[in-house]
Ligand binder design. Sequence first.
Ligand SMILES: [Zn+2]
Length: 234
Amino acid sequence: MIYTKEIRNITIAFFDFFLPRFCVSCSAKLNLDEDIICNNCLTKIEIATQARLTHEYQKKFKDHNLISDFFSLYVFEKDKELQHAIHALKYNNKFRVGVVLGKLLGAKLSKERFNWQIDLIIPIPLHQLKKAERGYNQSYYIAKGINSILQKTINENVVRRIRYTQSQTTMNISERKENISGAFKIRNIDKVKNKNILLVDDVITTGATISECGIILKNAGANNIYAASIAIAD
Ligand SMILES: [Zn+2]
């Protein structure tokens, strides 16, 4: 074990010398023990406390009784370390940001939400045009990171996004609800019926996207629906 770790470190040191790796957030050169984001940036990102999560659950999900519980790792802040990392994940082909942050999220879930009985992990799907444009679904890589810890099943095809929706960043909650309404469809009801499902997204803002996915999953007979994201935003 130590032997393989040493080999890994030597290999990374070798490549770092010729092809240095840089933090996606601050562009500093990464140390051997750092991956994608430097420790300095990671420690600056605000952690979502349980008090904050409880407050956000009341605000975003309590009314419609669809989402049994949710968890986010961080609080999203504009022009800060996490925004730079998520921007790189979504727009600069840095899909490994999703895996690395997803692993941290998975580790937290296994400790702080060990009571969730999850059968299936579903990343919030992108419309196929958007996926083609970006080349990948960032939430799928977050789900992969989570699943490297939780060891469940990921299904990225069972929910389909059938409408190409406008970017929601400038919309208020009712506009977002309207925008996302009817955007998803279940491909195979048998795959979700009676299942406990974890929905995964990069950032949960109003909760409208998660709730819309929750509605169609519940209509298809899903059991408990949970949600997890890298960050929570106002
Ligand atoms: Zn950094």
